[in-house]
Design a protein around this ligand. Structure first.
Ligand SMILES: [Zn+2]
Ligand SMILES: [Zn+2]
Length: 507
């Protein structure tokens, strides 16, 4: 299915993270995410408050315009599966989906007749219904307790990274009483927790369970000398005064670059003595909205609004951007008081925000290869690490073709995607941690390593491929074919470049 494989990359990080209200740092233990999905015109169109047992609505009958808009997008993109597999007449084009399944509410077939004869739809229907209800739950204006994030960890209280439940419990999150809450919270936290759970000394990925290789355990131990304090010493903010900054380079960033900084702060709270600098680098990194727009909006909201509202993102003009072909760049993020442009430094649209003493965030909207020169001589395997969330190494490039036969190059070998990037990451000797959205996705990416020039034979394993217990538990559904469903950061693996030994601590 060539068509599907070309289209799938768009879904892998479709940027469809909810537009979280960006609360400003406060003294309270929990920060509220009230007003997520605020209606842009609350006064003229009050949101209907749906009750717990009124979460299911066919897309076209949804009280929320974004859900109706998504239904329309699917109707214009997806083909009826019955028509596709049993064309009535040779040469006849399959019809698009128009009929909404009464059980899941998604546009699923061209007609009721085809819905009735399709025995396959049952396989997807209950998951689709779950997503339908989740989408309505997120928008109905209830207080989202699962988005209340705890403050700093007391240093004597150990955090468990065994699974989401033990993590939430040991970190003091509100209890996640329902599967729906788990899905919402895991989707919000999967990016910072995937990073934190790999790097932390309590990581569930170990030599003993064979997820980490011997070489990998050395690389991770090197990083942990900077991430943690010596055994017995209190792991506190004060203990970090003399430590180097940990730099986390998140390449090809998209949805993760639009997460509010205080969600990323949850990563810092796992390492109290650590100073993090997160770099989001990629052509689709979310940038702050223009300064003049932010000033005008702040002036407006300060007259009537709260501090919380002043940090909130503007709604996009389009209600829904389908997750097809080239997925949308996330909406602009909020411009905070200390956000400043970094374009002079990097030569590309970019920003830096010193968010707290423990957390600085830089976003650069460029392919990493274009800014590598700024970092090339500075990498240190004790303090720097790369994360690539579903990079799609094994997917065909949308832009670069083979000169031999004109077929698309795989993205890992493509000059316009990862071709020039992965080899220079390998020369840094820093760990490169990669996620994928399904077993097949992971396998496709890993196989692509074996044929990529300057990658094949140049790396060694740090973490063997396998499941990521801090993946999102929410299904992401493809608009071009709602039978295609994936989970963000389902699995992960890691490599590093071969070559010279790590300079210290490596016997
Ligand atoms: Zn049909
Ligand atoms: Zn259904």
């Amino acid at each position: 299915m060539f068509a599907r494989s070309v289209r799938l990359p768009s879904l892998r990080r479709s940027g469809h993270l909810p537009v979280y209200n960006i609360g400003r740092p406060g003294a309270e233990k929990y920060r509220s995410f009230l007003n997520i999905f605020r209606n842009p015109k609350p006064k003229s169109e009050p949101l209907p408050a749906l009750s717990d047992n009124d979460l299911f609505h066919p897309f076209s009958k949804s009280p929320f315009p974004e859900v109706r808009a998504r239904g329309e997008a699917i109707q214009s993109l997806a083909l009826c599966s019955v028509c596709t597999s049993h064309p009535k007449h040779a040469g006849e084009l399959p019809s698009r989906v128009k009929f909404e399944c009464p059980d899941c509410g998604w546009p699923s077939h061209c007609s009721e007749e085809h819905w009735q004869v399709d025995k396959e739809h049952k396989k997807y229907c209950s998951r689709l219904r779950e997503v339908n209800e989740d989408e309505h739950d997120l928008r109905r204006g209830r207080k989202m307790r699962e988005f209340q994030l705890p403050g700093p960890q007391a240093y004597e209280e150990a955090i468990s990274f065994a699974n989401w439940d033990l993590f939430w419990y040991t970190r003091g999150f509100p209890s996640m009483d329902t599967e729906r809450s788990r899905r919402h919270a895991s989707k919000l936290l999967t990016y910072p927790l995937t990073i934190g759970s790999v790097l932390h000394q309590n990581s569930g990925l170990t030599l003993n369970n064979r997820r980490v290789t011997l070489e990998g355990s050395r690389s991770l131990a090197a990083l942990r000398t900077t991430l943690h304090v010596p055994p017995g010493a209190p792991d506190t903010e004060e203990a970090g005064a003399a430590k180097p900054q940990i730099r986390v380079f998140i390449l090809g960033a998209r949805a993760e670059s639009s997460l509010p900084p205080h969600v990323w702060e949850q990563l810092c709270m796992l390492f109290p003595s650590c100073h993090f600098h997160l770099f989001f680098i990629g052509p689709q990194v979310s940038l702050p909205k223009p300064a003049d727009e932010a000033v005008a909006r702040n002036a407006k909201s300060s007259a009537s609004g709260t501090a919380e509202q002043r940090g909130e993102c503007n709604e996009s003009h389009s209600l829904y951007v389908p997750n097809i072909y080239v997925p949308p760049t996330p909406k602009p993020i909020a411009r905070l008081k200390r956000t400043r442009s970094s374009i002079q430094l990097y030569g590309f649209p970019s920003y830096t925000i010193p968010y707290t003493p423990q957390l600085t965030i830089t976003g650069i909207q460029a392919n990493y290869a274009e800014v590598h020169q700024h970092f090339a001589e500075t990498f240190d395997p004790y303090a720097d690490v790369f994360f690539l969330f579903s990079p799609g190494f094994g997917f065909p490039s949308m832009r670069s073709m083979s000169q031999l036969d004109g077929t698309p190059l795989l993205q890992i070998a493509s000059p316009t995607e990862w071709g020039p990037v992965v080899p220079v990451l390998l020369t840094s000797r820093c760990s490169i941690i990669v996620t994928g959205f399904s077993p097949a996705d992971i396998e496709r990416d890993v196989r692509s390593l074996e044929i990529a020039p300057n990658v094949a034979g140049e790396f060694e394993w740090v973490i063997n491929p396998g499941i990521n217990v801090f993946g999102s538990e929410k299904w992401e559904v493809a608009d071009f074919d709602p039978r295609v469903m994936v989970k963000a950061n389902w699995g992960l693996w890691a490599i590093r470049g071969k070559g010279r030994q790590i300079r210290k601590g490596d016997q």
